[in-house]
Design a protein around this ligand. Structure first.
Ligand code: T3D
Length: 271
């Protein structure tokens, strides 16, 4: 694994490459990979590097140790009770919102491999990824209400769309842990897998996605996002315009040729 440098102590992010994919590991296991500024900076750098590297056609985001991420590092939030408190708008503007926007604009599919507890922003960063695999022992906790906050990192947008408003409200209000199997049953995540199989399942999925027409997979994400606010009429136009663009891609030509020649396609991810 290679390291993304951090000014303090152990590298907060590790990366590792496989065939066509890159794994990015949140690496503050003693703090359940909770986010501080150093982790945010290292993750930003790692995502930018993956986005810029054309050999990377799928990304796996996971955590070191027994957790995925416990959200904001609350030891950075010790403040004078008589003072105005921390400026949470600034931290969202500086760190969490760019992170979620970066994930949603990655030029390749992103898999969250949730290896353990995902709480607060940690849960919503995972849910912002394209495909979420979770270890059966993992749980998702919208921990925000326990400290007087509301879900951030896109949670108020993502949760009701994934699980419906009734479940979104109750699970965020009560901050109860949602086990991975329940998350799968509710449609919050793609699949819960045995703990010991998580890394291999994520790698196999990443390799599979990396061999697919990357442009179509990214356009698919954009189309699902677009549909959240579009009428059917507008969405039909969106499909026409984007299908037209994909129809001019090398991968489309290869897909059709491979079908007609009765062979496996060799997609290059080029548009
Ligand atoms: O502030 C802003 O920038 C605004 C944005 C906010 C985004 C947010 O994410 S707000 C929500 C913040 N997160 C939480 O409130 C979750 C806090 N953590 C927990 O509730 C629990 O730790 C978990 C349910 C996640 C896991 O419980 P458990 O029993 O498996 O582990 P633990 O023993 O509580 O934690 C292990 C260690 O990690 C422990 O340290 P210790 O005692 O061994 O030295 C614990 O203090 C530390 N840890 C866990 N979560 C955090 C943390 N340290 C700092 N910040 C954390 N969020």
């Amino acid at each position: 694994m290679s390291e993304t440098a951090s000014p303090a102590g152990a590298p907060p992010v590790l990366t590792e490459d496989g065939p066509g994919w890159r794994r990015i590991v949140l690496n503050r296991p003693d703090r359940l990979n909770s986010f501080n500024d150093a982790l945010h900076a290292a993750l930003r750098e790692a995502l930018e590097a993956a986005a810029a590297d054309t050999s990377v056609r799928a990304v796996i985001l996971t955590g070191a140790g027994r957790g995925f991420s416990a959200g904001q590092d609350l030891s950075d939030r010790v403040f004078d009770p008589a003072g105005p408190g921390p400026d949470l708008a600034a931290t969202l503007d500086r760190n969490y919102n760019p992170l979620v926007r970066r994930l949603r604009a990655m030029p390749v599919p992103v898999i969250a491999a949730v290896n353990g507890v995902a709480a607060g922003a940690g849960a919503n960063v995972a849910l912002a990824c394209d495909v979420v695999l979770a270890a059966r022992s993992a749980k998702f906790i919208q921990a925000f209400s326990k400290i007087g906050l509301v879900p951030d990192s896109g949670g108020t947008w993502t949760l009701p769309r994934l699980v419906g408003r009734a479940r979104a409200y109750a699970l965020a209000a009560l901050a109860e842990p949602v086990p991975a199997e329940t998350a799968e049953a509710w449609g919050m995540i793609w699949r819960a897998v045995d703990d010991a199989a998580l890394a291999a399942e994520a790698e196999a999925l990443a390799a599979r996605l990396a061999g697919m027409p990357t442009g179509a997979l990214v356009t698919l994400r954009e189309g699902l996002d677009h549909a959240e606010t579009a009428t059917l009429d507008l969405q039909l136009d969106w499909e026409r315009d984007n299908q037209a663009a994909l129809g001019r891609s090398a991968d489309y030509r290869e897909g059709v040729a491979a079908f007609l020649e009765k062979r496996a396609p060799k997609f290059t991810g080029r548009s």
